[in-house]
Design a protein around this ligand. Structure first.
Ligand SMILES: [Zn+2]
Length: 393
């Protein structure tokens, strides 16, 4: 068993300990000590990092046998007394999130009887999964109540109790463990069995901000940020809002409406462009037919697939015997193959052979096929298409 200093002294950042065991596993050293302030990954809270005897600690594992293994970069000697130092910035952040989670979960539980099914602390934000779906109004109320408790700066006390004693207590979250239980008591608000590290008073959480929520497995997944993380998210959103504001010249509250308007305008413009494109396509088709051949193979600059289709449709409508293969001049190229009702070329088959030779993909019917991703310059593509159309009379 490793004595867990963080159980009773969560604010302790350095300690001395005796090395009990050292094993080499996959090029890393697993070191166990008689006691440690390093928190191992468990209960939704990530492990601590720091140094042990000057070597970097990259992982801390809670083992089945009650010992804690520290993964360190260099070997330590059994029997040696080493100094451990934990990365306090990382640990304190975890403490803010973890106590914040207890308070937030308690708020949903107390206000709406909604249980927290699980808790996960990620690198940038943490989530709780609630047993049922919650409404925006419920989320706001729980957020308000949780922050009221934060700002009342209530004591957070660690208590130990036997399983029998705990059974008689109003625990929000019971433990499956037997023997002595560790309880986290947020004064007059929440009592939960938990092995994690917590701030001494709720005020140290700073703020509990809900970043968003979504439906998840019949319930809700709530993303939340406490303390420093809330500030970091605020800065991120502030900077991206400021960047958007520069483009849109409207205050943040009007941004969604401004984007809606822009999208509507953009749709209108696209309709106008399509209209012009179709008119221009008819002229382009006439110009191509005026060259005198019913076999038209060209690479056309400035047209997209929609435009090439419009030209091909106009050409085959005006000249029922026409066969048309039109490429964009982009790399890779798009292609449209079409035939008029009096021509018996299989456009789909021609396209297949083009993509077999030049790569890309596409498909279509005997009268119209379209593809993209063809690599090859315009001259190569035109030569190949001409040869194919000649061999498909
Ligand atoms: Zn906990």
């Amino acid at each position: 068993m490793t004595q867990r200093l963080y159980y009773t002294e969560p604010y302790r950042t350095t300690f001395d300990a005796t090395v009990v065991n050292v094993e080499s596993v996959d090029g890393r050293w697993h070191v166990t000590l008689d006691q440690t302030a390093f928190y191992p990954a468990s209960g939704g809270q990530p492990f601590d990092t720091g140094t042990l005897g000057g070597a970097a600690v990259s992982d801390v594992i809670d083992r089945e046998d009650g010992t804690i293994a520290h993964l360190v970069s260099g070997p330590l000697k059994v029997g040696e007394v080493v100094n451990g130092e934990i990365d306090w910035g990382r640990r304190f952040d975890h403490m803010q999130q973890h106590t914040g989670q207890h308070v937030l979960s308690a708020a949903f539980d107390r206000l709406f009887g909604v249980r927290t099914e699980s808790f996960h602390m990620g690198q940038l934000s943490a989530t709780i999964d609630l047993a049922r779906e919650v409404t925006a109004a419920e989320v706001a109320k729980a957020e308000d109540d949780a922050n009221r408790v934060v700002w009342e700066d209530r004591p957070v006390v660690v208590r130990f109790a036997t399983a029998e004693e705990a059974a008689a207590m109003p625990l929000r979250k019971e433990s499956g463990r037997t023997g002595s239980l560790r309880l986290i008591d947020v004064q007059d608000y929440d009592l939960s069995a938990c092995g994690g590290t917590h701030v001494e008073r709720t005020g140290a959480i700073g703020v509990i901000a809900i970043g968003g929520w979504e439906k998840f497995r019949g319930g809700s997944r709530i993303e939340f940020l406490c303390g420093t993380r809330a500030l970091q998210r605020f800065r991120l959103w502030r900077d991206s809002l400021a960047a958007m504001q520069k483009h849109l010249s409207v205050p943040p509250v009007e941004m969604a409406a401004a984007i809606d308007r822009m999208q509507e305008e953009s749709k209108g413009l696209q309709r106008t462009i399509r209209g012009f494109q179709e008119k221009l396509a008819a002229h382009e088709a006439a110009a191509l037919l005026a060259k005198g051949s019913t076999t038209i193979v060209e690479a056309l600059e400035g047209w997209d697939a929609q435009g090439l289709k419009a030209i091909a449709a106009a050409a085959t409508a005006a000249e029922p015997a026409a066969v048309v293969a039109l490429f964009t001049t982009t790399t890779p190229a798009l292609v449209v193959v079409a035939r008029g009702p009096n021509a018996n070329v299989d456009a789909g088959a021609v396209l297949k052979q083009l993509t077999a030779k030049f790569g890309g993909k596409g498909g279509g019917k005997p009268d119209l096929a379209q593809g993209g991703g063809l690599t090859g310059n315009s001259l190569e593509l035109i030569d190949a298409a001409k040869a194919l159309l000649r061999s498909h009379p």
